[in-house]
Design a protein around this ligand. Structure first.
Ligand SMILES: [Zn+2]
Ligand SMILES: [Zn+2]
Length: 548
């Protein structure tokens, strides 16, 4: 009997992770993070609870592609993985710096190309090329003793991919012909009609932007959007602009993608961010991080005129070339307001077609269902409403087929038992979220896992600061509320903490003070440093700003 458990990614976006067990062998597909709501400060990343894997350990970790919601938790998950990590070359190259950051050495990273297979005990895992918003993405056909399990990974069907690497329709059709036991498929965009469209579709809008922009051009996108980078680099070369990558993630990923040949930059086009100032504004394109309004990102710093290399003014154009992840709209809105206040022309998805999703819409999902023709179907990668919509659509695709495929609407932790001719949800595995708190000091491994136990040891600190919405001035004296944080001389400590709060607010610029996201982040960083230095503890710091 095959046991499959989703440890994350069902009923939520992010944290994708699936465990498959046959007898004594467990393999894990993907190990993703979830990014917390920007308002939930004090938490940098969220990873799945690993209790289920601690009980059995894994013989291998298999990665479908290099997005954070699939690889972000790899360094944390390795403590329960005894064997190698398999993935395509780009995926593994994106994992490497994460391992370095965590001081993890000596792990066996095995590159696998599409159509290649690897065997782990009773499992043979085959990689199949799919198209998505970045290169080198794979679906998996996992051959097990009771049949083939197909996991789509994230995909859309882009018939004109930027790198010419086509979606492997043939292999999915062949597998469907051979007989597939179960299909696990991406549900992200199931509520969009039609087809998603090719990544190439953004070219037209960007051509217009390049033609009309008279000053500096700044495009914010996800650091993993390597196809988007390629499109913009090519346009920059065509329109005689130099390209600078701005922001840590952007610099790092563009460097990795270039090294591996996934991003081609003509000679003489790329400049360093420190060189931007020495070129006329109309000759520069900046590719920056911060499309989600993250308070510490390059674009947020640029927007409040606090970036050492990039300034923005009335002649300049800023493009947000990404979807707003639900929950981030407010933070993005604040960044757009700052940019608009500096006089920049700000373009985002609603204004021009500057973004295409990497996830297939309804028709692509239907095509996948009819190509693979599984005996059992499990929708994954989505909130519950997307999963149930995917199930409804599958009902229609399966109508009239004999025998009629069965649909299992599973949630995180549901233990699915599969045999050649039966499938059922047989129980519940422990699942949940673990909050992770980087201290952003750059020290290797300097990070704290925030589970309830840690919270109980180190406590919770809530600074409450009232700020005048117009002037940015402090209203009254800040307060610090603590829970589970008991120290001998805590009265004196808290009094100093309150003074620190006032100083931080007073030293911040008016723009920072009137931007909840920025000032909260500043207070959090400073206060955390303060408590660590003075008490040796790492309490959770959750600032509350009252705008008056
Ligand atoms: Zn993805
Ligand atoms: Zn994903």
């Amino acid at each position: 009997m095959l046991e499959i458990v989703a440890l994350g990614g069902l009923g939520e976006f992010g944290m994708n992770m699936l465990a498959l067990t046959w007898a004594a062998t467990t393999i894990v597909v993907d190990a993703g993070v979830m990014f917390p709501d920007p308002e939930l400060l004090g938490v940098d990343r969220i990873i799945p609870d690993l209790t289920y894997l601690q009980q059995r350990r894994a013989a291998a970790l298999i990665l479908t592609h290099g997005h954070e919601d699939h690889i972000g938790a790899v360094p944390h998950v390795l403590s329960v993985v005894d064997g190698p990590i398999y993935g395509t070359p780009l995926t593994l190259a994106l994992v490497e710096p994460k391992l370095e950051e965590h001081g993890i050495e000596g792990r066996d990273l095995k590159p696998v190309r599409p159509r290649e297979r690897v065997t782990i005990g009773p499992f043979t895992v085959e990689f199949i090329r799919v198209t998505h918003s970045m290169p080198d993405c794979a679906a998996l056909a996992i051959h097990t003793p009771v049949g083939i399990v197909v996991h789509t990974g994230d995909f859309k069907i882009d018939q004109t991919p930027i790198d010419g690497e086509l979606f492997d329709v043939h292999r999915f059709a062949q597998l469907g012909g051979e007989g597939v036991l179960a299909l696990f498929a991406d549900s992200t965009n199931i509520d969009r009609r039609g087809f998603t469209g090719s990544e190439l579709e953004v070219v037209e809008a960007f051509e217009e932007i390049f033609t009309s922009a008279t000053g500096k051009l700044i495009v914010a996108a996800f650091a993993s959007s390597i196809y988007r980078m390629q499109i913009l680099v090519d346009l920059a070369a065509q329109f005689d602009r130099k390209v600078a990558f701005v922001g840590r993630g952007m610099m790092r990923n563009s460097e990795i993608a270039q090294r591996l040949g996934y991003l081609r930059i003509p000679a003489g086009v790329q400049i360093r961010d420190s060189e931007i100032a020495s070129y006329p504004a109309q000759d520069v394109l900046c590719l920056a991080t911060g499309s989600q309004g993250e308070p510490m990102s390059a674009l947020s710093r640029i927007a409040i005129d606090d970036h050492r290399a990039v300034k923005v003014g009335p002649e300049d154009t800023v493009v947000l070339s990404a979807r707003a992840i639900p929950g981030n709209e407010k933070a993005i809105g604040r960044v757009i307001n700052h940019l608009a206040r500096r006089g920049a022309d700000v373009i985002y998805e609603g204004i021009k077609h500057v973004h295409v999703s990497g996830h297939g819409s309804e028709e692509e999902m239907k095509l996948m269902l009819s190509l693979v023709r599984p005996r059992y179907f499990v929708p994954v990668h989505g909130e519950y409403r997307q999963l149930s919509q995917h199930a409804r659509i599958a009902e229609r695709v399966f109508a009239g087929r004999e025998p009629k495929p069965e649909i299992l609407l599973a949630e995180n932790g549901d233990v699915i038992h599969l045999n050649a001719d039966s499938a059922q949800i047989a129980g519940k595995a422990p699942v949940g979220r673990v909050l992770i708190d980087d201290t952003r000091t750059g020290e290797v491994g300097d990070e704290v896992l925030r589970d309830r136990r840690h919270l109980a040891e180190d406590g919770l600190v809530v600074p409450v600061v009232a700020i005048n919405k117009q002037t940015g001035g402090l209203e009254g004296i800040p307060e610090i509320i603590t829970r589970g944080f008991v120290m001998e001389d805590s009265q004196a400590l808290l009094a100093d903490g309150v003074r620190l709060l006032s100083d931080v607010v007073e030293q911040a610029s008016v723009e920072e003070r009137t931007d909840q996201g920025l000032i909260k982040e500043k207070l959090r960083v400073e206060l955390r440093r303060f408590f660590r230095k003075r008490s040796g503890r790492r309490p959770f710091v959750l600032p509350v700003i009252m705008e008056i």
